[in-house]
Write a protein that binds this ligand. Sequence first.
Ligand code: PHE
Length: 590
Amino acid sequence: MATERAQWGSKLGFILAASGSAVGLGNIWRFPYVTGENGGGWFVVIYLVCIALVGLPILMSEIMIGRAAQRQPVGAFAALEGRRTAWSGVGWLGVVAGFIILSFYIVVAGWAMDYTLKSIVNFTGPMAAEARVEAMAYRADTPAVEMRETLIDAETARQFREVEKEITRKVRPSAWKAYQEFESAVAKASNAEHARAVLLEDAALRAHVEVAQPIAAELEAAHLSLRQRVSQSFDALSEVEIRDRAEDFTRRSAIRSRVEAAFGAVAGDGWITAIWTCVFMLLTILIVAGGVSSGIERACTILMPALFLLILVLVIYGFFMPGFREAASFVFKPDIHELRPSGVLAGMGQAFFSLSLGMGALITYGSYQRTKRGLAGESVTIAAMDTGVALLACLMIFPIVFSFGQAPSAGPGLVFMSMPLAFAEIGQAGMLLGAIFFGLLVFAAITSSISLLEVVASYFIDERGWSRRKATWVVGGLVLLLSMPSAFSYAPDSFISGWTASYGSNFDFLSTMDYLASNWMLPAGGFFISLYAGWVMPKHLRNAELEGLAPALVLGWLLLVRFVAPAMVIVILMQSIGILDADELLFRGG
Ligand code: PHE
């Protein structure tokens, strides 16, 4: 049986396919916005540490398990143990996780396809033109005093975000939250004085309010003095300058609301989203049905170099943007104040998702390799490519974000709502850049989605004896079915639009799938995989895979998979459950 098993055509083919799996929406869509939300610099450092201490050792473990077993995840543990044991459950967890991740991944990838086509026809062009007219009308019609106030408010709000972070850092997060709830309850009450008195009968709440109130007062004072300073900075401006600025500001907000509405129109239209989702799934199925070497490997050897080229073009473009320096310092200059303990946890979750770890994608890919050499080198190359693309993605996105005065912490919409806004401002060249950018996102997504489908399909091929064609079409069809609730989750009045899951914040259906798979299943899978490779895997099999590696490296790897990686994963899982709130626990006060 082993002789007829599919194999990669070459070592390079394996490396490109595995990096293709790793490099995906996680790098270009997720990493920049997570970095933005976590304040840049330090988060990047933490992420790199997570990659080195947790990601890389687990990556090695997965490839090792796959290579030694020559089976996909469910069969792999049984093959290595010589019989079915509870470890096979880890394989099952992977199959289910792959199924779930794929179901929302193809929806996001479908939007990227839609945006690629739209960029080719320059969909932001008319928006930019309308916005220009609107801004001119505003300029012509609005008294300068009113413009001045609007500009001051906007600039104050922009600068205040930093100040607010700085000040609220002094109060314990739980106390601050309790205080905010208290204030909104009071605001709702018909008699504020009475409401305050009654609510403060609760001693615990009173304690929170007592510490939070001075901070709230400080915030208010800071806002006032900031507004004054901003207002003074406007004194030197002539009326014409004010009008110029106001026109510019209005034009940008007008484009922004149009671009946002355009994304809302796509995401909010379940049928359009569903059609794109189908198209993307179809492409994925066709490639995977083509086989390991002539389908997956061939696609990756074409798409990956193309991807690197496109990224290079955008980074070079970004280099000449006025915001490049600010962007580079945001990404690469750690500011100790921005370091929050929960950032460590976000960094670890991102490392799992981005490296495709914890669900056996690399066990599966590794199983199509028969060599017993080069494990460490291959793993380092894959991790380095993944990390490189993530950092480059930041370098192409943030210069644009900063040059157009946007907030880096815009969240998951960063790619679909901010990038087109920037492309609209650039004009004609923006159309080309937009098409390149979203095309790149599609390429990156497809080399990842094929690895997700391969994990699930290979179960039916390896363990159930199905033909590859049957397995890919049946599994692909089922995934498509499960993807429908995700595709319709932003459509108003659809069967699923009322869905809310509440884990800390409220999630729609798509985000719920992402959350469950990425924050639970992948870390849990990674935990067991590292324990298995470190403690359980038969020694002679493990040693065969590690042959030729320097003893010090082997020892280092063992220490990491046995102790460091599992311990760090347990910490994230506890944070996800909510047993442990790192920001709260490590709050140092003052
Ligand atoms: N690593 C892929 C990305 O960054 C996502 C993925 C996760 C793929 C898990 C396979 C398995 O987009």
